[in-house]
Design a protein around this ligand. Structure first.
Ligand code: NAD
Length: 171
């Protein structure tokens, strides 16, 4: 979705084969969307916006990092901690979890004020709704920046959700 919106994207996975599997899966989804007329660019042009990265260090300097690995708190906390050491002073570190406490994940990092949950409703290319889940430590500036980015993806409906481990919707 980010590449479709014109962002330059760096994609990382834990092995070359998984990285290649991810890219093939993105290509297949894009082709399907293109054939149905949902894209405003070609599959190849969109794919050219995505740079595969075999080492995590290549993600350094990104403005927004979105972690979407296996739904396991220890694995996510470990990776988010590593990612937080690659962030510049304004980088936002998002996690795609739908069930793990964002507050606990944020505490595992060096930048708990800039950690946030972003959960895209399926089917992601077609549904405009995105859940934005701040940790207790997330600053208002971080929340605002994520709302702005979500709007640039053409997703103009979002709701702020409290930490999934804590309570229910606030607004
Ligand atoms: N609508 C949504 O927003 C939505 C939909 C589905 C899944 N999710 C969330 O996305 C996350 C991934 O779910 P999935 O079903 O795609 O899982 P998956 O197991 O299919 O894929 C996880 C990927 O992460 C990679 N990975 C695992 N550990 C890694 C590490 N340390 N470093 C780099 N890469 C690593 C794996 O190789 C694999 O390619 C989960 O948190 C899940 O809850 C969100």
């Amino acid at each position: 979705m980010f590449a479709c919106a014109g962002y330059r994207v760096r994609l990382h996975d834990q092995s070359e084969s998984m990285l290649s599997r991810g890219l093939k899966s993105i290509e297949a989804s894009l082709k399907k969307l293109e054939s149905k007329g949902y894209l405003n660019n070609t599959t190849q042009a969109i794919l050219s916006q995505i740079a595969p990265c075999q080492s995590i260090e290549e993600l350094a300097g990104s403005d927004l990092l979105i972690e979407a690995i296996v739904e396991n708190e220890a694995a996510k906390a470990g990776l988010l901690q590593k990612l937080s050491t690659l962030c510049h002073e304004n980088t936002i570190l998002a996690t795609n979890t739908s069930s793990i406490s964002i507050t606990r994940l944020a505490q595992a990092t060096d930048i708990p004020e800039r950690v946030i949950g972003m959960h895209f409703m399926n089917p992601v290319p077609l549904i405009q709704l995105v859940e934005i889940i701040p940790a207790y430590t997330t600053t208002p500036d971080t929340i605002q920046a994520v709302k702005t980015v979500v709007n640039t993806l053409g997703k103009n409906r979002y709701y702020l959700q409290t930490d999934p481990a804590l309570s229910s919707t606030v607004c």
